[in-house]
Design a protein around this ligand. Sequence first.
Ligand code: NAD
Ligand code: ZN
Length: 241
Amino acid sequence: MEAARLLRSSRYAIVFTGAGVSAESGIPTFRGSGGLWRRYRPEDLATPEAFQRDPELVWKWYSWRIRMVLEAEPNLAHKAIARLEEAGLVKAVITQNVDGLHRRAGSRNVIELHGSILRVRCTRCSYRSILAREPGDIPPRCPMCGGLLRPDVVWFGETLPLGELEKAWNEAAKADLVMVVGTSGVVEPAASIPLAVLSHGGSMINVNPEPNRYTGLADVEARMVATRFFRPLLRELGLAR
Ligand code: NAD
Ligand code: ZN
């Protein structure tokens, strides 16, 4: 298996993931089949303008997603990525996902570019909190100042958390191999991070059942769902348990 060979011979491999890695945990992706909600497009709900216009609607959508994330379990792909890190074959996981499943699967060096759906922050003061369940009252209010609370995620049109972005670029600069798993590669600036690995001569493995932004650029094109890719990979590396 070419992917196993690349991974074994790499010096500093990183993983870059998107919604597709969580699809087999039952969390719908944004693009591609399924996962739409009512007659809204996620792109129309995950914006600061949508929140300003109708915080209740946006919060209903997030409550539904929060519940889904809390009920979901990491799948074999999340676990395999954690296992590879434990074995020293992967150094970092950069994710666009907000579901926290990489950490729950045991990954340690996780960079969350788009925040976490399990955190809220106040739109008026510096209050932040972690959610153990979806908020009871919608839209939820800040216990400190009464302002509106919002999900601590990056919406379309917002800038990414600077610290996380910087960490991600640093990891990409060090990497000689990037495994891109389950992303369409259309959301910038995140989608450019794996390209940086290529631009300094590193290799890429692209795991996706559909063609995406990286198709034609990757050294290994694994046109399949993530769990189908990782199961034999772990076996070949002697890491299956
Ligand atoms: P996307 O919806 O644009 O693309 C998902 C990709 O995953 C597609 O290319 C699809 O072909 C692929 N895919 C579907 N099932 C797969 C599987 N089983 N294995 C491997 N690949 C599979 O998602 P994106 O590229 O992450 O970008 C969308 C944005 O949406 C991100 O910024 C992210 O923050 C957000 N988002 C996050 C979650 C989550 O946290 N789980 C879910 C939906 C969207
Ligand atoms: Zn407040």
